[in-house]
Design a protein around this ligand. Structure first.
Ligand SMILES: [Zn+2]
Length: 334
């Protein structure tokens, strides 16, 4: 089939873009890429032969170059120019843009600064699907801008929000959080992960929001990125996130330079208070440590009144270890 004089292959285009699709009648059906709604039960239809597409839910429609342009966040004019004037094959165009991503990922394999690929789109006001998802997790529009949170429709990270990990004032990688539920990720089967990181990035090398800490004051230590954002939102800006509870040696060294840690653990069924236990284990001889206990079932990312709980923090006091000295030994000998 032809788009003007350029040969197009719709199925191959979707494959190269790594957009999951189902073949239904004369269409491929994919999750809508307009950004105006979360499409957990895919509705956008693309004609198998012509690449003309239409979403019956939001009426976003157009030809294949518009589809490619929207999904890769390049302008429709640029896409059409490269496809028609420069006679670039649509599959080659997508491939070139995604291959650039591969090169970038290789750079991120070491501790080197990491450049986010261009198809991690800046979230724009019409990306309601991503904005709604983030606002449900207490992330305001301003925080989307402050943390440079992105969205993505193609490739390995399709339908995920992308949160850059800044450390030492440089981007070191990112976390990509699914905006769909596992049950809606039919294409991934058992290989489902709520969070994805770029290959080669070791998250244990970093602490989220560490650059912004005032090391002389109380630092609120939480598990996740969304926990940090929710705590900061409520005015407790001296907050950092450990990306879970498995604290690494490198993270321990970073925490050692802080004078006072206030640990706010998740208080869910599995790991109640786990983060505080880990921090105490590793840092009780280095820092003043206090801990905050949230009600069962709550975590710092869902708590709307974090200040109340922080005011009830309890300082950790190590149980003094009784070590025998010579006199003691003398007494025992008697
Ligand atoms: Zn739609």
């Amino acid at each position: 089939m032809f788009l003007s004089e350029v040969r197009i292959d719709v199925e191959k285009t979707l494959t190269v873009l790594q957009i999951p699709y189902k073949h239904v009648g004369s269409n491929f059906v994919v999750r809508c890429i307009s950004g105006s709604h979360v499409d957990n039960n895919p509705s956008l239809q693309i004609d198998v032969m012509t690449g003309v597409f239409n979403c019956p839910v939001c009426h976003f429609k157009g030809n294949l170059s518009k589809f490619v342009a929207t999904s890769l966040d390049i302008s429709t004019v640029e896409a059409a120019d490269r496809l028609k004037t420069q006679k670039v094959d649509v599959v080659d165009l997508c491939d070139a843009i995604l291959r650039a991503k591969q090169a970038i990922r290789d750079v991120g394999a070491s501790d080197e600064p990491f450049k986010l690929p261009s198809h991690f789109q800046k979230i724009k006001p019409h990306h309601k699907s991503f904005i709604d998802y983030l606002q449900e997790r207490k992330v305001s529009w301003q925080m989307i801008l402050d943390y440079d949170i992105r969205c993505c429709f193609v490739g390995r990270y399709n339908y995920r929000v992308v949160i850059p990990i800044i450390f030492g004032r440089k981007c070191r990688g990112f976390i990509a959080r699914d905006i769909l539920k596992k049950v809606d990720r039919y294409e991934r089967g058992d290989d489902y992960r709520k969070y994805l990181y770029p290959s080669g990035m070791y998250v244990g090398n970093y602490i989220f929001n560490y650059d912004n800490l005032d090391k002389t004051k109380d630092v609120y230590v939480v598990e996740g990125v969304f926990d940090v954002i929710n705590v900061v939102r409520q005015g407790f800006i001296n907050c950092c996130g450990m990306f879970g509870t498995a604290i690494t040696d490198r993270q321990t060294d970073l925490l050692k330079s802080l004078s006072s840690l206030v640990v706010i653990s998740d208080q869910d069924d599995g790991g109640s208070g786990m983060l505080a236990k880990k921090v105490i284990d590793r840092l009780q001889n280095n820092c003043k440590i206090s801990y905050v206990t949230l009600p069962i079932g709550m975590d710092p990312g869902s708590c709307d009144d974090i200040g109340t709980y922080i005011r009830g923090k309890v300082e950790y006091k190590p149980i003094p270890k009784y070590t025998l000295n010579d006199t003691d030994i003398g007494i025992i000998k008697k």
